[in-house]
Design a protein. Structure first.
Length: 407
């Protein structure tokens, strides 16, 4: 049996939505993007969403909007995909990495220790669709002692008056924390709509605005929309209307807008997300839980507790008392059965671009421990129960094969 890791969900509704875009004669940013923004707002209960062409470009846009520059610091977990820190580097600032908790969420106590008068932003990451402890993070940035050391330099920083919290929710659309949807938990949330995500636009992302009362979210939405189009005061759709050719460039923006042809895919998916796609992902995750809970040598991911519920983006299985080398042998064995698995993630300090900047994995022991024992299993709506059972058997058999051959 061949089981791919994460194929996109493409049904007839997706195909029809894309075809309608092609037939409309309008494929770049236009009405489909606006409709997707409205659907994200509806799902998350935020007032404004800006769609962009990737999570990474969305993060760069927000950091630049906030005035993050050379000499500034942005606190990020060491355990995340490289884009979290690369976005900071692209703005000229320094990513300050901190360790994580055993459940993959960033360690708030480490954040507190890392804050300096150069800290402009904290960017927690919801690994696998599991939300961070946002109350603790939000309380931290609003503490009088932390506000006192905040050194605002840009107009937006002075307007906020404290460290900005950006949720890296690339994995967590549809997750909940204390009854609130992801997207509605921090000042700004950025989702990813990459091909492997719960909702995809092939490539894409969305910025959800939840700024405090000192901001007019409607005005910030309009500003960020300009930012996605090189700072141009008219989008291509407006310019195409009769007499609408004349435009101005108001500031040095970016070119990171999402096109309608991509938005169409996500639009068809998000309309059935809560009632179908999320339900089916949970079915797969619960079936894994039922199987792996029988064995003490597996460490299961948390799917739900009294405060949080995952959106089941990844099933991050860990294996107790095993080395990185043995984990790799297990993956090799599983792959031979036709099952594609993955690892999320290689901690950033282990990657050349960050090692060359002086980051050391030895400074992040929990991040390394989680990584060294983790295997991400396939989880998507199209998986049948028989396929899930086959994956479970492949993991168990490969585990026993590797452990027994090394005993």
């Amino acid at each position: 049996m061949k089981v791919p890791f994460s194929p996109p969900f493409i049904d007839q509704d997706v195909i029809n939505e894309v075809l309608s875009t092609l037939e409309s004669g309008w494929i770049t940013s236009g009405p489909k993007v606006k409709a997707l923004e409205e659907e994200v707002c509806k799902l998350t209960s935020v007032s404004h969403t800006v769609c962009v062409n990737s999570w990474t470009s969305g993060a760069i846009l927000v950091l630049k909007w906030f005035g993050v520059k050379e000499g500034d610091e942005v606190i990020v977990p060491a355990y995340t995909y490289s884009a979290t820190a690369l976005a900071v580097i692209h703005c000229g600032a320094t990513p300050v990495m901190v360790d994580i908790n055993e459940d993959f969420t960033v360690d708030t106590s480490k954040i507190e220790q890392a804050i300096t008068n150069k800290t402009k932003v904290i960017m927690p990451v919801d690994i696998a669709g599991w939300p961070c402890d946002y109350d603790a993070i939000n309380e931290l940035v609003n503490a009088p002692s932390r506000i006192k050391v905040f050194n605002p330099e840009s107009e937006k920083q002075k307007q906020l008056g404290r460290i900005l919290v950006i949720s890296d929710a690339a994995h967590s659309i549809g997750a909940t924390y204390k009854g609130l949807q992801s997207g509605n938990l921090t000042d700004i949330t950025i989702f990813s709509f990459h091909a492997v995500k719960n909702i995809t636009t092939a490539e894409g992302g969305a910025i959800c605005l939840n700024l405090p009362e000192s901001f007019n979210n409607d005005e910030e939405y309009k500003l960020m929309k300009l930012f996605t189009l090189n700072g141009q005061n008219k989008d291509a759709f407006t310019k195409s209307q009769a007499g609408g050719w004349k435009y101005d460039i108001l500031f040095a923006g970016l070119k990171v807008n999402m096109p309608d042809i991509c938005a169409a895919i996500g639009l068809a998916q998000i309309r059935k997300y809560n009632d179908l796609l999320l339900v089916e992902r949970e079915r797969v995750a619960r079936r894994y839980q039922n199987f792996f809970s029988q064995y003490s040598f597996f460490q299961l991911p948390i799917l739900e507790d009294k405060e949080r519920k995952s959106c089941f983006h990844l099933y991050a299985l860990r294996i107790n008392s095993i080395s990185e080398e043995k984990r790799d042998l297990i993956i090799e064995s599983v792959t031979k059965t036709g099952v594609s698995v993955n690892v999320h993630f290689i901690p950033m300090p282990m990657l050349t671009v960050f090692k060359d900047r002086g980051y050391k994995i030895e400074d992040f022991p929990i991040a390394y421990d989680n990584y060294s024992r983790e295997i991400s299993l396939p989880i998507y709506p199209q998986l049948t129960d028989d396929e899930v059972d086959y994956i479970c058997t492949a993991i168990l058999t490969s585990y026993k094969k590797v452990i027994q051959s090394n005993d």
